[in-house]
Design a protein. Structure first.
Length: 146
């Protein structure tokens, strides 16, 4: 059972890598074929994993700064502040993604990219085909909704 779970998680991480490669290729204006998409990086600046890490670190910083408080206040501040902190984390991720040419931003996003190395793996061509088909389906749905 443990071996199968490990294999399934590895496969999931490969699909995550396929997703990143597909987005990177699309954003570069490249042709979306497995052979072309495979050449693109596995890291992506706006990854959901990066958002979660940013939210966790921001939450630790803010909730530590608030100091000890009774349980009711602790729960209330968490319920009220998490949506605000999530919004800040999203804007931070957007800002860094729009300033990737800055050495300062490159330094800031190192932890996010390092975490992505744990949650992505190099996909095979069949996984790239799935990611490309999924992406194209999503783009088509977006265009029909617009």
């Amino acid at each position: 059972m443990g071996h199968q779970l490990h294999a399934d998680v590895k496969r999931l991480f490969m699909y995550h890598g396929a997703e990143h490669k597909t987005i990177n290729a699309f954003e570069a204006g490249a042709e979306l074929t497995p052979e072309v998409v495979a050449k693109y990086p596995i890291e992506h600046a706006r990854c959901g994993t990066a958002f979660l890490l940013t939210l966790v670190l921001l939450s630790i910083l803010i909730f530590t700064a608030l100091g000890p408080m009774p349980i009711v206040w602790r729960l209330l501040t968490r319920v009220l502040f998490i949506p605000i902190l999530a919004g800040i984390a999203i804007e931070y991720i957007r800002w860094t993604a729009n300033h990737l040419d800055s050495p300062f931003v490159q330094m800031l996003i190192k932890p996010n990219l390092a975490l992505q190395h744990l949650t992505t793996s190099t996909p095979d061509n069949s996984m790239l085909e799935v990611a490309i088909a999924s992406f194209q389906s999503m783009r088509k749905a977006e265009q029909e909704a617009a």
